[in-house]
Design a protein around this ligand. Structure first.
Ligand code: ATP
Length: 370
């Protein structure tokens, strides 16, 4: 990786994944042209249910290695309910990528946008702007999703295991504190809340113990604690009070859907999955076969995931232009909603995928000339 040119592995995948990836690339291209100072070389990799149907492989030969050589991976969505492996499970090469590259830090931003649905009547709901950091390689998913086996699986009993390791948890908490520091520099509160169930599970007490060990290295960051059940309640009572929240895999899975629901729908749910040496960026939604090929998908989750990717590359390379491009895209989405220029069909509006994408690009071009 040089400081200004980057290799991006692009996996469009299935269904609306194809449309929202194309939308994201168009928006990134527009921000890149406005700001300059970096270039992206795209390496397209075929993968997904459609590819499996055609070839019997879920990713092109050498595709995983090629993804590993890139500076970042941009993914649309993978899987179609009608296409399965011979064991009956859905096509999921992206889960192998997550495991292979140990993408432990799952970033899920949750932000309220003007004129987008807000489920809470309290006017302070407009200030919701937080990040859920979901550990993504172990926790309660370790045995089932990642390794597809249970320690006990008989006709009479099945057990899954909650796996918390010191190695991953130290890195996760460090990631959370550094993220809060970065946000603090941008005007946020500078607080990390550890969400767990430390009063019941030893694994969760261990998770919290490591949080306490690591936080001493970040004296500028406020720390908080919440049990996961209380956190669910507080997301309804005062979600605007949270900044960065760090949690185990299944808690993050559930709470990020709940929090995402507070500020819109799946079409706004961006996601970054980051490890020590790799980062994969994709919307949190699936391939949405019910609306595919109809220009109905909201591309903003993918577009905002693209902004996360630029920010990640900025951190990795120290190239400020990428961070500026990321901010430009985020601001364009925010301002587009504010001016009522972005009206996705997902929220009852009149704009399909292409129109929403063009509205974001128009904003970026207007920001350039402003
Ligand atoms: P997966 O398990 O792969 O995440 P899923 O079956 O849980 O997939 P999605 O494919 O995300 O779910 O779709 C769930 C619902 O949300 C569908 O009704 C779909 O149309 C809608 N949806 C998902 N993404 C979008 C989007 N970007 N724009 C509009 N609607 C969407």
């Amino acid at each position: 990786m040089s400081d200004s040119s980057f290799q991006i592995a692009v996996i469009k995948g299935d269904g609306i994944g194809i449309d929202v990836t194309e939308a994201t690339l168009a928006v990134i291209d527009s921000a890149q042209q406005s700001i300059g100072g970096f270039s992206l070389a795209l390496n397209y990799i075929s993968a997904g249910a459609g590819y499996y149907q055609e070839t019997g492989n879920d990713i092109q030969p050498g595709g995983e290695e090629a993804a590993g050589e890139a500076d970042a991976i941009l993914l649309g969505a993978i899987g179609l309910p009608s296409v399965r492996y011979t064991d009956g499970t859905e096509i999921s090469p992206h889960l192998r990528l997550r495991d292979r590259f140990q993408l432990y830090a799952g970033i899920r931003p949750v932000r309220a946008y003007p004129n987008a649905p807000q489920r809470l009547a309290d006017p302070r709901a407009k200030d919701i702007d937080m990040i859920i950091l979901r550990e993504s390689t172990e926790g309660l998913f370790y045995t089932a999703a990642v390794h597809n086996r249970c320690p006990v699986e008989t006709n009479d009993e099945v057990q899954d295991v909650m796996r918390i390791t010191r190695k991953t948890t130290e890195k996760l908490h460090d990631f959370a504190f550094k993220l809060a520091q970065k946000r603090k520099r941008r005007g946020f509160a500078g607080k990390v809340t550890c969400v767990d169930k430390a009063n019941v599970f030893k694994s969760m007490a261990f998770f919290r113990q490591i949080f306490d060990e690591r936080c001493v290295n970040y004296p500028d960051i406020e720390k908080g604690y919440n049990y996961v059940d209380a956190q669910a309640l507080d997301f309804i009572r005062y979600p605007w009070a949270f900044d960065v929240l760090v949690m185990e895999n299944i808690f993050g899975d559930i709470l990020s859907d709940l929090a995402g629901g507070l500020v819109g729908g799946m079409g706004m749910a961006a996601c970054g999955e980051i490890g020590d040496h790799h980062g994969l960026f994709q919307p949190a939604h699936g391939s949405a076969p019910d609306i595919m090929g109809q220009d109905k998908a909201n591309p903003l989750a993918a577009i905002l995931s693209g902004a996360l990717m630029l920010d990640y590359l900025a951190d990795k390379s120290g190239n400020e232009a990428l961070a500026n491009a990321a901010t430009m895209i985020e601001d364009a989405v925010y301002q587009g909603f504010e001016a009522n220029e972005i009206r996705p069909m997902e929220f009852g509006g009149d704009m399909g995928t292409k129109a929403v994408t063009q509205a974001v690009i128009n904003r970026i071009q207007a920001m350039k000339t402003a």
